[in-house]
Design a protein around this ligand. Structure first.
Ligand code: DGL
Length: 274
């Protein structure tokens, strides 16, 4: 009983290459509001999406260890790039469950599609890994998946250029070839922490290119629901909202960027070295 109570009170750990993973924290706070959360953004080394799998794995193992040292009971890998390239290594290194972004996103896409034609967009590393293609095929071998890397969308989201002519031009430039490769795509997976900020423009451009409805899905809510499921009867159900403690490896621009992804201002980031 004593041990059980201790487990319940332990925080959930969430990490990302930067601030984008706060979209997952936002979803998590909506689904399990009583839980304490420790968030780590590896802002000194962001972006991960243009780096090799080996480097991403090395960086993310250090992020994981930081959270494990703080006795988290569960780890959410908010970063799609890490989830796509390093999840097996993280799971092997962790004594607590590790939830990635790819499988929840893949399942959400399969639940949304009517014709099993799915488009996936993400960073270069995520698309190169083929992780979404594999995850979708593992659930439905007959689904057709077409993927495209959209590296410029991360800086666009960080600049806050999410609904101007530049966002439209860039979205058309990336989604044009995707829908040319498979005009029947009816579901688009936002396989990157940053893309939910561009959901509106991406959805409208997809609709314009496809000339039919396109469902736009991301993994943030699905990950939060997976966390709820893993916690089972164990979530911390005390009445007051849980604490959110944020850490980052560099603090430049955090005050400006973090609220965009979290939807509110975090109380502050503590600077850490991994
Ligand atoms: N967090 C990354 C992802 O979801 C995007 C930013 C980066 O490239 O590090 O893939």
């Amino acid at each position: 009983m004593g041990q059980e109570r201790t487990y319940k009170r332990r925080p959930i750990g969430v990490f990302d290459s930067g601030v984008g993973g706060l979209t997952v924290v936002r979803a998590l706070r909506a689904v399990v509001p009583g839980e304490d959360i420790i968030y780590l953004g590896d802002t000194a080394r962001v972006p991960y999406g243009s780096k090799s799998p080996r480097t991403v794995e090395r960086y993310s193992l250090a992020c994981l260890q930081f959270l494990l040292d703080r006795e988290v009971k569960l780890v959410l890998v908010a970063c799609n790039t890490v989830s796509a390239t390093a999840l097996p290594a993280l799971a092997a290194a962790s004594a607590v469950p590790v939830i990635g972004a790819v499988d929840p996103g893949a399942q959400r896409a399969l639940a949304a599609t009517h014709n099993r034609h799915i488009g996936v967009i993400g960073t270069l590393a995520t698309v190169r890994s083929g992780a979404y293609v594999q995850a979708i095929a593992a659930h439905d071998a007959g689904a057709r998946v077409t993927a495209a890397a959209c590296p410029l969308l991360v800086p666009l989201a960080e600049e806050g250029w999410t609904d101007d002519e530049i966002a439209w031009l860039v979205a058309r430039r990336y989604l044009g070839p995707l829908f040319a490769a498979d005009p029947q795509i009816d579901t688009l997976v936002l396989g990157c922490t940053h893309y939910p900020l561009l959901r509106d423009v991406l959805g409208r451009v997809a609709h314009e290119l496809a000339a039919h409805d396109v469902a736009v899905v991301d993994s943030a809510t699905a990950m939060a629901e997976a966390a709820h499921h893993v916690l089972g009867s164990g979530p911390n159900r005390r009445g007051e909202p849980g604490r959110l403690d944020c850490f980052a490896t560099d603090t430049s621009r955090l005050d400006e960027l973090a609220p965009r992804f979290l939807g509110e201002s975090p109380t502050g980031f503590a600077l850490v070295d991994l």
